[in-house]
Write a new protein. Structure first.
Length: 188
């Protein structure tokens, strides 16, 4: 049984997670796909709710067992991916799977699922504003901030591989724009 998938991708700090949360609270037939990752839990995160937290060895074992729909080594030793069992769990409820994934993961999912998926690239208004948003989180060291900004610059070149681009300049307008993009897909 194959259902629909909604893929939102963006450079870190673009606001995609906030937009995903809005869409999930707006449409009751959307359900968030919980990604697996090999990084440590951040303060307040819950295993099985925010992510499935796996050790690097466990993540690699599951890759070898072909348990992922997609996975990526986002940074050296830092793996993220989507377990096949997670998609099947959501489709069994006749819900649409919602992904909040990195840019390469979003491109890979769209290639794999084609017309069954709507892919949306959430674009920051500028790299400078993206940098300010990341600084405001107070979760980055100067080194990790520079790494994320450099990665974001590269990731923005992938935007043309998505079905739609949503520029997140004003959050309330972005919520409305996201609904306008998603509603026809949900109802098709």
């Amino acid at each position: 049984m194959q259902g629909k998938l909604l893929i939102l991708s963006a450079p870190s700090g673009s606001g995609k997670t906030t937009i995903v949360k809005h869409l999930l609270s707006t449409y009751n037939n959307l359900e968030f796909s919980i990604s697996a990752c090999s990084r440590g839990m951040r303060n307040g995160e819950i295993d099985g709710k925010d992510y499935y937290f796996l050790s690097v060895d466990e993540f690699k074992r599951r890759i070898a067992n072909n348990e992922f729909v997609e996975w990526e080594e986002v940074y050296p030793g830092s793996f993220y991916g989507t377990l096949k069992s997670e998609i099947e769990r959501i489709w069994k409820k006749n819900h649409i799977v919602v992904f909040d994934v990195d840019v390469k993961g979003g491109v890979n999912l769209k290639k794999k699922f084609g017309e069954s998926a709507l892919s949306i690239f959430v674009m920051p208004p500028s790299i400078e504003i993206l940098k300010q948003r990341l600084e405001a989180r107070c979760t980055e060291t100067p080194e990790t901030l520079n790494k994320r900004v450099g990665k974001a610059t590269e990731e923005m070149t992938y935007s043309n591989q998505f079905d739609k681009i949503l520029i997140n300049d004003n959050l309330e307008q972005s919520f409305k724009d996201a609904e306008d993009l998603v509603k026809p897909f949900i109802n098709s």
